[in-house]
Write a protein that binds this ligand. Structure first.
Ligand SMILES: *[C@@H]1O[C@H](CO)[C@@H](O)[C@H](O)[C@H]1NC(C)=O
Ligand SMILES: *[C@@H]1O[C@H](CO)[C@@H](O)[C@H](O)[C@H]1NC(C)=O
Ligand SMILES: *[C@@H]1O[C@H](CO)[C@@H](O)[C@H](O)[C@H]1NC(C)=O
Ligand SMILES: *[C@@H]1O[C@H](CO)[C@@H](O)[C@H](O)[C@H]1NC(C)=O
Length: 457
């Protein structure tokens, strides 16, 4: 069950607390794959809105309205439009970090990267998302908020200067950081609408504590964070908005949990080793793009739709573009239900069980990805249908186009093979793919970037 009981309590008192965590370098973790608990259980999260209090019922209703508006009733339309020329063909990933002149290798990055004044033009980023989350502007219309304090002690009246204080501000905020830091969240961080968290310029880790929660909110950009080693926390009283706080039950230990959210863009994050999923999007979340990110060392990577009975997830429209699914991953990249999922130009270099799966007739359009199968002969299939006989799933529209299959990888297509081909989607909704052979270059800078003030990033 999802943590979800909110008492109707308000307070605006600020209590000052002192605590800090040491800054950290950009170390690559070395988690053993066998430490990951390889199971294929299926969480059936749900929320009983009847039982929720009046405040959250209202938020849920507003979020549903926003999601309905964000949903494109004809997502098949976008596919063939958008594009920009992208680099050359190169089929191996280099382990060494790129040290050459600034290079932006895909259309999202080309929109903002390589500007030596990126620091002065931070809000340019808000013009750059593509895919179903392309209308996300985050905190573009609000002031900059600088996080300087890594502590997270007072959850009801967060200390000014902390990330928790930043994310519950009233109205839009463009949240940046004053230095590198590790933020160990005492409980889930409940982000309110119209926010950008922009970690460019520093190494900012959300780690060893609770994760990020986007519940019944809209318009959020998350950029440049390292999110890892997230664990379940017991819950308690937590502020979730400028003028509201309430009681939360235990959090699941997801890196990023999107619950009834719309217009969300997650870009250039590096995520690994969380207790539950890395990114979950459930309860009618839609208009989401996850791009340029790097995922490693995790079992159940992404869950889009958590319940076979929650038909409201039919409005889900999610784009996965230019991500690298790397070392130590097992399954669910992603695992989908009901909605429309565009998986475009991602690099799948590792999986142990399968890459893309689902149940409840999700539509999956896989275009221009590179899939490198693991050595295990019984894990070469990219796709996995769950809880359905072939007679049923053969009617689900799963389509592969321009994918590069390596080491025996194979995608089992079925159903309507025209999805995503019609031109009624906007060119921004469906990113036009490049052939899979270009993926290594397109995803070359997946994960967090090392941006320095005054230098092209
Ligand atoms: C793995 O997951 C199963 C099912 O959730 C649980 O019973 C078991 O204790 C877990 N094992 C480890 C090593 O975490
Ligand atoms: C890319 O390179 C690979 C391996 O050299 C080759 O098989 C493939 O045809 C090339 N693709 C393109 C689009 O040039
Ligand atoms: C977010 O911003 C939009 C556009 O300015 C506004 O209509 C909406 O009410 C804002 N949402 C919240 C929760 O403040
Ligand atoms: C297959 O899908 C089509 C179109 O959505 C629908 O009309 C048809 O009834 C489905 N057939 C089965 C056997 O589910």
């Amino acid at each position: 069950m999802i943590p979800f009981r909110a008492l109707f309590l308000c307070s605006l008192l600020f209590v000052v607390v002192y605590s800090d965590a040491p800054p950290d370098g950009d170390k690559t973790p070395d988690v053993e794959v066998d430490k990951i608990n390889v199971t294929d259980t299926d969480t059936d999260k749900g929320i009983d809105v009847e039982k929720a209090d009046e405040y959250w019922q209202k938020r849920a209703a507003e979020a549903q309205k926003a999601a309905q508006k964000a949903f494109n009733p004809d997502p098949d339309s976008v596919a063939d439009n958008f594009n920009a020329a992208v680099g050359h063909n190169n089929s191996r990933r280099s382990l060494r970090r790129y040290r050459g002149p600034c290079l932006a290798t895909n259309p999202i990055d080309r929109c903002w990267r390589c500007d030596p004044n990126w620091d002065k033009n931070r809000k340019k980023l808000a013009e750059c998302p593509l895919g179903f989350g392309h209308q996300t502007i985050g905190g573009k219309r609000g002031p900059i908020y600088v996080v300087t304090d890594a502590s997270d002690e007072n959850l009801v009246d967060p200390k000014p200067g902390t990330l928790r204080h930043a994310v519950v501000q009233n109205g839009p905020r463009w949240i940046i950081f004053g230095r590198s830091m590790i933020i160990r969240l005492s409980q889930e961080l409940i982000i309110s609408s119209n926010k950008t968290i922009d970690a460019r310029g520093f190494n900012v880790h959300i780690a060893f504590g609770a994760g990020l929660t986007l519940q019944f909110v809209h318009n959020i950009i998350i950029h440049g964070l390292h999110i890892h080693d997230i664990i379940s926390k017991s819950g308690g009283m937590i502020r979730d908005a400028f003028d509201h706080y309430g009681f939360r039950t235990q959090s699941d230990g997801d890196g990023i949990s999107i619950f009834g959210g719309s217009h969300i863009w997650i870009d250039h994050v590096s995520m690994y080793n969380c207790q539950d999923g890395l990114i979950d999007a459930i309860m009618g979340s839609t208009a989401i793009t996850i791009s340029n990110s790097h995922f490693t060392h995790h079992n159940e990577v992404m869950l889009f739709g958590a319940s076979d009975s929650y038909k409201e997830d039919s409005i889900m429209q999610i784009t996965l573009a230019f991500n690298h699914f790397g070392r130590g991953l097992v399954q669910r990249m992603p695992r989908c239900r009901f909605g429309f999922f565009h998986v475009v130009n991602n690099d799948y270099t590792h999986w142990l069980m399968y890459a893309i799966g689902g149940s409840q007739h999700p539509t999956i359009v896989s275009q221009g990805n590179r899939f490198i199968a693991p050595p295990n002969p019984s894990a070469k299939q990219i796709t996995k249908r769950e809880y359905a006989d072939e007679s049923e799933w053969k009617n689900w529209s799963w389509r592969s186009e321009g994918d590069l299959m390596i080491n025996g990888a194979y995608f089992v297509p079925a159903g309507d093979q025209t999805k995503g081909k019609k031109s009624d989607f906007s060119r921004y909704d469906m990113i036009k793919f490049k052939p899979g052979a270009y993926v290594k270059r397109l995803t070359r800078f997946a994960g967090t970037l090392e941006c320095q003030v005054g230098k092209p990033c």
